[in-house]
Design a protein around this ligand. Structure first.
Ligand SMILES: Cc1ncc(C[n+]2csc(CCOP(=O)(O)OP(=O)(O)O)c2C)c(N)n1
Length: 662
């Protein structure tokens, strides 16, 4: 059974002329025991909500997973797909990709992400279980992680959080082969992994990863323990390849025809490439269908639960927002539109969260130890603790990266919409997990406050300047920077409605004046950018600003009016959404004349919106420690500076027009 995995991996890597045979060969025995004796799944329905989750954190060993998906009979995972490993259009990309290949629970490859995402999945399972009981939610999360995953810093945050919350349904099978790319792990690491996990509150043991009895016994014990479990499986990388096994040479290169022939002999596998004896296939297919009865039973039980036609369980699994949310959000937008509070956008966000936490029961909030600064906890939200898993607010601790990955896991698991807070300047700590969320297309909401030099005295370490620009370069990530309370509510609404994109809400520490009047009929943030002030006669210049700088642009427009210059003001809370609008709409908003961009951050991608004659008013370097007003003055982000930039760009555009006429 295990050799079938081994040789499919060997043959696929050989055919692709690239890939990683060593890890699948080493962990084939562990995977075989796990899938044949423990994993609850039905290959016929990869999205059955109560399936056990299997996460290949060591994503470079993707052929282990693809071989298992083929052998157990996942639809679409054919031998041809294995033959097309790593090729254009195949279901078998170099690293497992969520949403691309049925049966892949999360995208892995960046080491450490899988195990940290799995923590979120195991947490979501316990949260769902606390709400809906064993009949509906009762599954394990299994992870295969390698030395690389455990060397990565994120693993510390992840195992620490999992131990603290006593996520007893999380079982990590550590491919303890003592080899990574450079050679023996002893070159760079002398951690006692078992001691490390134990110190974080885990059950930890070491076994021979090629002994099926030992593997089964360890998993059996782990399943019964009330802590998360680490099973260090001592394995031989490239097991069976006579001259490569146990060395880094087995890690990431095809074995080559000679070595493959010798491996076939050594493991007594006389079959040709991609050939699996029918008896072996039949047995694997039985395993793939094992969970069928359990799934039918689960379907019956869920039917009974929602016999009245409605059930909170189905609502939770459904990605759509409830009707109560739509009404509550409409009321809140009206309130902000008419009351026009002058508050920080983080405070506005707090009010949004207070409203939506009641209307959206499956919202799960949190913060990386900045709850009182991020203002992320609703009055009604209760903290999640190891002994009260029915809470809905997670104190992630000072673990931004772990939080971001755990939120990915919570979203992937299903049943919840996760959001979590930190300071925008620490977005870089979370970035690899944010990038994966964008790549996977999942709804995860980051509340990132203290979004500019406007935070003041904490100084340049805490003042983001390059973060907006760099986050905007991540494809499929929505970066919102609302300018007042109403825009904050609308940005939240957009983030919650975005089922296939993560969002970042960049919010101010300082109070901002409201600038929109009356009832809020249309969500203008959803347009990405829109005109706030349109002069009565044709525009001379368009001032485009985001967040706290919209009010500066408005004051600049007034100054310009006094000077006989007609300035339109555009608020641009989300460039990604603006980019999706029609060419006509964008042209109408941007205007034909010169433009000035205003944002208390570095220029980044602004030139796209400003044109050749445009000018940018913002930061050119790091901030400083001083009160916010002083910083805006000293760094020249003032109404006067914007008005001067506007006049300069009008002049420039006149000159270039005249030059064009010549
Ligand atoms: C964050 C990150 N850094 C580096 C890599 C490149 N990389 C892929 S596998 C690997 C070595 C991993 O060693 P181990 O987990 O022991 O895997 P094994 O050699 O046992 O297959 C490295 C450095 C990566 N995929 N992700």
């Amino acid at each position: 059974m295990a050799n079938a995995i081994r040789f499919l991996a060997i043959d696929a890597v050989e055919k692709a002329k690239s890939g990683h045979p060593g890890m699948p060969m080493g962990m084939a025995d562990v995977a075989t025991v796990l899938f044949s004796r423990f994993l609850k799944f039905d290959a016929a329905d990869p999205s059955w909500p109560d399936r056990d989750r299997f996460i290949l954190s060591a994503g470079h060993g993707s052929m282990l997973l693809y071989a298992l998906l083929y052998l157990t009979g996942y639809e679409g995972m054919t031998l041809d797909q294995l033959r097309a490993f790593r090729q254009w259009g195949s279901k078998t990309p170099g690293h497992p990709e969520y949403g691309h290949t049925p049966g892949v629970e999360t995208t892995t490859g960046p080491l450490g992400q899988g195990i940290a995402t799995a923590v979120g999945m195991a947490l979501a399972e316990r949260l769902m279980n606390a709400r809906f009981g064993d009949d509906l939610v009762d599954h394990f999360t299994y992870v295969i992680a390698g030395d690389g995953c455990l060397m990565e810093g994120i693993s510390h945050e992840a195992i620490s959080l999992a131990g603290h919350l006593r996520l007893n349904r999380l079982i990590v099978l550590f491919d303890d082969n003592q080899i990574s790319i450079d050679g023996a792990t002893s070159l760079s690491c002398s951690d006692d992994q078992l001691a490390r996990f134990r110190a974080s509150g885990w059950l930890a043991s070491r076994i021979d990863g090629h002994d099926p009895q030992a593997i089964a016994a360890a998993i059996e014990t782990a399943r019964k323990d009330d802590r998360p479990s680490l099973i260090a499986c001592r394995t031989v990388i490239g097991y069976g390849a006579p001259s490569r096994q146990g060395t880094e040479k087995a890690h990431g290169a095809p074995l080559g025809a000679d070595e493959i022939a010798k491996t076939r002999q050594a493991l007594d596998w006389p079959h040709g490439p991609f050939e699996v004896p029918s008896a072996v296939i039949a047995r694997w297919r039985e395993i793939g269908a094992h969970g069928h009865a359990a799934r039918r039973g689960w379907i019956e039980r869920t039917r009974r639960v929602c016999s009245g036609g409605w059930s909170p369980f189905h609502d939770a699994l459904n990605k759509k927002l409830p009707g109560a949310y739509v009404e509550a959000m409409a009321r809140l937008r009206d309130r902000f539109g008419t009351e026009r509070p002058r508050i920080a956008t983080r405070q506005a966000s707090q009010q949004v969260i207070d409203v939506i936490a009641e209307a959206v029961p499956n919202l799960v909030g949190g913060s990386a130890d900045l709850t009182h600064s991020n203002l992320t906890q609703a009055k009604t939200q209760q903290p999640v603790r190891s002994n009260s898993l029915d809470g809905n607010y997670i104190h992630y601790g000072v673990r931004e990266h772990g939080m971001a990955a755990a939120m990915n896991g919570v979203a992937l698991h299903g049943g919840f919409i996760p959001y979590g807070g930190t300071f925008l300047t620490f977005a870089d700590y979370s970035r690899p997990a944010i990038r994966l969320a964008a790549l996977m297309g999942i709804r995860v909401i980051h509340v990132m406050t203290h979004d500019s030099i406007g935070l003041g005295e904490d100084g340049p370490t805490h003042q983001p300047v390059e973060h907006l620009a760099s986050l905007r370069t991540i494809p499929n990530l929505l970066v919102f920077r609302p300018a007042d309370a109403l825009e904050t509510a609308e940005a939240w609404d957009c983030a919650l409605q975005a089922e296939t994109s993560p969002s970042i809400l960049c919010l101010s520490r300082q109070a901002l004046p409201a600038f929109r009047n009356g009832k809020a009929e249309v969500n203008l943030v959803a347009l990405g950018a829109y005109v706030v002030v349109e002069p009565e006669a044709a525009r001379d210049v368009t001032l485009i600003a985001t967040g706290s700088e919209v009010s500066i642009a408005l004051q600049a427009a007034k100054l310009l009016t006094e000077q006989g210059v007609r300035a339109a003001v555009v608020s641009a809370p989300c460039f990604e959404l603006f980019g999706q609008q029609s060419r006509e709409y964008r042209a109408k908003v941007l205007g034909r004349g010169p433009r000035v961009g205003v944002e208390a951050a570095v220029e980044g991608g602004w030139p796209r919106w400003l044109g050749d004659d445009g000018e940018f008013v913002g930061m050119t370097g790091f901030g400083a420690s001083a009160p916010a007003e002083a910083l805006y003055r000293e760094f020249g982000i003032t109404p006067e500076a914007v008005a001067s930039a506007a006049r300069r760009s009008i002049e420039r555009s006149l000159v270039s027009r005249l030059a064009g006429d010549d």
